[in-house]
Write a protein of this length. Structure first.
Length: 139
């Protein structure tokens, strides 16, 4: 899977370079948060590649895969909430190429960032559903 992702990212970069827009293209590459602690209970007699199976590693392996962070998904520790994010946009980000920051962010920041960068307008409605970012869920 890592090899396929690497090849696909390489093809994307080649395409953007061929079009002359690589340095002015915002690319965000992030990971899911934390290891999954769920046991292999559902479909445990099925093979992992069977679409009806639900294979995962258990809590101890989830904890180990998040090393050096503490715990895993469903917890508010680094093992659940810390996720790597690689950002590329030389024409838009005024930081030293290859630099690393520990500035926290959240995936909910992505949409607001994309709307601001593109000059788009936040939709007020999608289909019959009214969108109001200022309303709380409890209202």
């Amino acid at each position: 899977m890592v090899d396929v992702v690497d090849q696909s990212v390489g093809r994307l970069i080649d395409f953007l370079n061929d079009k002359g827009i690589f340095d002015n293209t915002l690319i965000l590459f992030c990971s899911d948060n934390g290891g999954c602690p769920f046991e292999r209970t559902s479909g445990r007699y099925l093979k992992p590649w069977d679409s009806k199976s639900y294979w995962t590693y258990d809590a101890s392996w989830a904890h180990a895969c998040n090393t050096p962070f503490r715990l895993y998904k469903q917890n508010q520790h680094e093992g659940d909430i810390s996720s790597p994010l690689v950002v590329h946009w030389p024409d838009g980000i005024k930081a030293k190429r290859g630099s690393i920051t520990n500035q926290p962010t959240h995936q909910i920041d992505f949409m607001a960032t994309f709307i601001e960068l593109t000059g788009a307008t936040y939709p007020k409605q999608i289909g019959a559903r009214r969108l109001d970012p200022s309303r709380r869920k409890s209202e």
